[in-house]
Design a protein around this ligand. Sequence first.
Ligand code: SF4
Ligand SMILES: [Zn+2]
Ligand SMILES: [Zn+2]
Length: 203
Amino acid sequence: MTSLAALTARTPNLPCRLDPDLFFSDNARDRAAAVRACRGCPLLEPCAAVAIETREPWGVWGGTTAADRRGFRDGRAWRFDGAGRLRQKCGSVSAYHAHFAYREQPCGECTAAWEARLEADRRARLEAEHATGGTTRGYGVHRLLGEPACERCREAVKRQSAATRRERAQRGLHGARGASATSRPVRATPGRETAVQSLAIAS
Ligand code: SF4
Ligand SMILES: [Zn+2]
Ligand SMILES: [Zn+2]
């Protein structure tokens, strides 16, 4: 990899050579001016590439500050966006989220990466549900994946529906019993009360 010194030595009249103090200033305004000066430089991209790759800790290089470059120490692919900002390259889930941080709609490449991750997560969830036999949650995941549910998940839903129906029926039954005992006045003759309750249970 070429060094920054070697890269810049071959090109005359570079802004960073004409006014080096600006590029190594501690002042934020100076740094911003240096970044702007880089944007018109023919070495912008290779200069940024060398500074990021060699983890240059000082100064403005290739339109990036030391703080900008620190975010790319992990070797992530980078790019300059339309406003000249150093950004991670599109096509990943983190780049997808970064679009929102910059208040912009995710691009198609990042959306595709995010959708692929989402589908992989759902497939993993489905596998876990299938490992315990079909489940109602698995049924929901099949639906989210836009595919028909498998037999085992459909059976799980049927079992749950049947259980819910039974439970409701029992609740209704008890409700009817409660209502018959409280809302319908019954004469205080033991034989009569017993007859009404028997009728409610039979229905
Ligand atoms: S991009 Fe900036 S730091 Fe790099 S050579 Fe050009 S002026 Fe100098
Ligand atoms: Zn993108
Ligand atoms: Zn299933």
